[in-house]
Design a binder for this molecule. Structure first.
Ligand code: FAD
Length: 461
């Protein structure tokens, strides 16, 4: 193909793009990756990784509070936000370096530039160069949406800026009820800020199991986070160094920072998709793809958040890998998007896999619910007022575990392993046959004997 400079051009050096580039290069393809910001993408630079580091920082505060009950005297702990941010930045720079060198070693060429389509095979780089590629992978990710252009929207920050605040806000208002909003609410509350969450729906964590939603809200409120549902921020005014947010309910809340985490949109603007003939999915604004991540143009593929399927790092990585196997490895591979385990790093954490109770009851005629709600052992001596929730959703006819939902410490770690069992189509009897690990919280998962509820749907006449 003398006509092409490359076998593969990847737009976007994030989770999906980097994995696809490395695997394709490993198959011998001539690959170039364009990244307009920093290699590693959202996850590494301003998503999962820096967020988890901040979560750890706020956990330390809880450990210090819990210490007294275990006999420790900690004179006077103090916290320094700039130190945390500087250390976090150092670690992110190290990871960015690791991503760069691994990609380099794979043989893919990295170009620090924005790339846009000029025609279906040609990309124009912000360096002025144009390249022609036989295949193109769009892995441009997503970006925070701010919603309607309310008065004062210019004062509002998103998850992009929150990682670089020069000072810790003493008071912060966060609009949003999804995982990013709630994780930051818990981070700031743990670090000692006064936090208000504003969410337009009737309860936080839409799409999660109802018991999880209630449990997380109760736990966050017990931790002192104010959660206002059924309202939105309608304007933000500067008040000296602070900001006054007016809510649709008429209330006004003064804080030092206002952050919106109300959703993310696929990074497709200005990409030249029309010039390439690539179609969007009218339902979500992401790039429309089939099960092999192929777009409406056969030699152009798209993976990760830009396709708005399941917006999680491990999913983007799998989709990138499957694309490279399919197109360059002669191994057509589809990513299975069912039963993806996931965590929300609120405090306490959420771990969830499979169907919620409501989803199961809509799809199955017989659904058994097993539930445990208990005080974790660690909280006994510390005196912390917190409870753990464990819930199994079981098909009453086949005994298969359809879903598992956990709220409590290390729920993210637990759900990774429960995810294996659910993927293997384990039954409740398999859980029961597994000997408990004692004393742990996770042992509840294999010791819940009596259904909390049995739902039987009568067949329609
Ligand atoms: P990205 O990682 O976003 O990479 C896309 C890259 O393309 C970016 O680097 C961008 O600069 C670049 N780009 C865009 N347009 C162009 C262009 N025209 N030319 C060149 N480069 C371009 N997921 C989890 O699984 N667990 C978590 O705990 C988690 N926490 C998160 C926390 C936050 C605050 C956020 C925002 C996200 C979080 N996510 C988490 C989601 C996760 O980060 C994404 O699902 C993942 O990064 C998607 O990977 P991607 O490759 O599709 O896109």
């Amino acid at each position: 193909m003398a006509d092409f400079d490359l076998d593969l051009f990847v737009i976007g050096g994030g989770s999906g793009g980097v994995r696809a580039a490395r695997i394709a290069a490993g198959y011998g393809a001539r690959v170039m990756v364009a990244e307009e910001y920093r290699l590693g993408g959202t996850c590494v630079i301003r998503g999962c990784v820096p967020k988890k580091l901040l979560v750890y920082a706020s956990h330390v505060h809880h450990e210090i509070e819990d210490a007294a009950g275990y006999g420790w005297t900690i004179p006077s702990a103090s916290f320094d936000w700039p130190t945390l941010i500087a250390n976090k930045d150092k670690e992110i720079a190290r990871l960015e370096g690791a991503y760069t060198s691994n990609l380099d070693k794979s043989g893919a060429r990295i170009v620090k530039a924005r790339a846009v389509f000029e025609d279906p095979h040609t990309l124009r780089l912000s360096t002025g160069e144009t390249v022609r590629a036989k295949h193109i992978l769009i892995a441009t990710g997503a970006a925070p949406s701010h919603g309607a252009a309310i008065p004062g929207i210019e004062h509002v920050i998103s998850s992009n800026e929150v990682f670089h605040l020069p000072v810790q806000p003493r008071r912060i208002l966060i609009q949003g009820g999804g995982y990013i909003a709630l994780e930051f609410a818990c981070i700031f509350a743990g670090l000692g800020s006064e936090v208000t969450v504003v969410y337009r729906g009737d309860n936080i964590l839409r799409g999660f199991d109802e018991d999880v939603r209630k449990h997380v809200r109760t736990e966050m409120e017990k931790a002192g986070i104010r959660i206002l549902t059924g309202c939105t921020v309608s304007r933000v005014d500067r008040q000296g160094e602070a900001f006054a947010a007016t809510l649709s309910s008429g209330a006004s809340i003064v804080s030092d920072q206002v952050m919106f985490a109300i959703g993310r949109h696929a990074n497709v603007a200005g990409l030249g998709l029309e010039a390439a003939g690539v179609a969007l999915n009218p339902n979500n604004g992401g790039i429309a793809v089939d099960g092999h991540s192929q777009t409406s143009v056969p030699h152009i593929y798209a993976v990760g958040d830009v396709t708005h399927r399941v917006n999680l790092t491990p999913v983007a990585i799998r989709e990138g890998h499957a694309f490279a196997d399919t197109v360059f490895g002669n191994r057509p591979t589809r990513v299975d998007h069912a039963d993806i385990p996931t965590a929300v790093f609120t405090q306490p954490e959420v771990g969830t896999v499979g169907l919620t109770e409501a989803e199961a009851r809509a799809q199955y005629s017989h659904v058994d619910i097993y539930k445990a709600d208990f005080r974790p052992m660690k909280a006994t001596l510390s005196g912390r007022d917190t409870r753990v929730l464990m819930k199994l959703v079981v098909d009453g006819l086949t005994d298969r575990v359809l879903g598992c939902h956990i709220v409590g410490p290390e729920a993210g770690e637990m759900i990774q392993l429960v995810g294996v069992a659910v993927k293997l189509k384990a039954t409740k009897a398999d859980f029961d046959a597994t000997v408990a690990v004692h004393p742990t919280a996770a042992e509840e998962l294999v010791t819940m004997r009596t259904p909390f509820a049995r739902h039987v749907r009568q067949a329609a006449e």
